[in-house]
Design a protein. Sequence first.
Length: 501
Amino acid sequence: MEYDVIIGLEIHAELKTKSKMFCECDNNPEGKKPNENTCPICLGHPGCLPIPNKQAIEWTVLTGLALHCKVNKLSKFDRKNYFYHDLPKAYQISQYDLPFVYDGYMQVDDTRVAITRIHLEEDTGKNTHPAGKNYSLIDFNRSSTPLMEMVTEPTIKSAEQAKKFCQQYQQILRYLDISNADMEKGEMRCEANISVQEKGKWEYLGNCEIKPIGDYKLSPKVEVKNINSFKAVEKAINFEIKRQIEALEDGEKLVQETRGWDENKAVTVSQRTKETSADYRYFPEPDIPPIKFEASEIEAIKAKLTEMPPEKKVRFIEQYDFDADTAEILVADKQIANFAENTISELRAWIDSNGDDWERQKKKLAKTASNWLTSELFKYIKADGMEVIKKITPENFAELITLIYQGKINSSAGQTVLEKMATDGGDPSNIVEELGLEQIDDEAELEKTIQNILDQNASQVEEYKSGKENVIQFFVGQTMSATKGKANPKKVIEILKKLLS
Ligand code: ZN
Ligand code: MN
């Protein structure tokens, strides 16, 4: 039997507003004792009235606009009723039929993944279950943190695509600077709805609806929760696809249910059979009036929107001739993307001031720059954190690229210069002078040095002549160490070949 895989995602993200969703409590849990950030409103005391957080609402609209969504001019909050010990009101204020934004998409490689809606709700408290104890602990600091929920259409076709969607969504939240979206800290939480259907037996109607064709009976969808990393997104979905196909092949009956991903065992485990929305008895939140947007208010939010990673990637490829992988790496973080772009614009200014043609030079120059960005600069970012790019600066980094590009220094000298830039900062030309790193291009001088080395290593010369041509690397190494790494490597090889033949 052949199967189609149907995947939809729900991603919750905690917004980093100053105060909580419906009260004035501090929304920063960092360094706080349990239950310190609480008040009668977020503890669900009877008779308290919630006041919606304007910033959280604006950020939800902003996220929607970044993802090409439409904005509901009239929106409202609803009560989602369920009793959990970490939800003292016994209901969650959420949004049901009128989310702030709806009907958008995100470009993932060459696919547009449709976004159904993004709504706003409040987070619950946090349970901990101490090992070996007969009690659980609840911390309400997280209770009523603004929680933005994004729902995709079930049109994602593979675990890999789902993972990439989650990664790009995190990048967007960070670009917008509205959530730290750290999955390990639970600031961003992904849930996946997965079903497998027999090929050709179903059709997609839009609006999250799948319809069976003829008398085919749809296989139920399974919701997987507890996914705490991007890797787990991929692993959990692949596990579930395999589990469901095997069950169908064995003639087992699948049920609609919620399963949890167990990272240690790398399996999904049934948690509960799935509620339907009727179980939550949604009704309009009577304590909060509906929220209306004027066109001018939406325009004002739109004005705050900057270019998002998927669009930036396309532009980087078109404008700078970067290959797709390089562009993707560079746009993943806003600060790095800005650094790369400022570097390129410095390089362009340099080309212009030399009277050269940028369009003709850019491919090669951008290639050199992107190689140095993604390999060498990233090493320092990894080791020293993002702060290091402030020390290096795009102006100085671009100058380093021009020195390498012109052959004034070789790449090993370039590494030495960058190391100094990363520790002490400074102008690369000055560093080159200070450390005497200027490349040795003078052929007569190089030939003299190399002849000396050949004279001192007669047995290796014999080896080379008897056909062991890779001995040449030994001579290159000797030459480099004799010149303290400053010899022009291309010329060294040329001269070696000439003298050895
Ligand atoms: Zn509070
Ligand atoms: Mn939710």
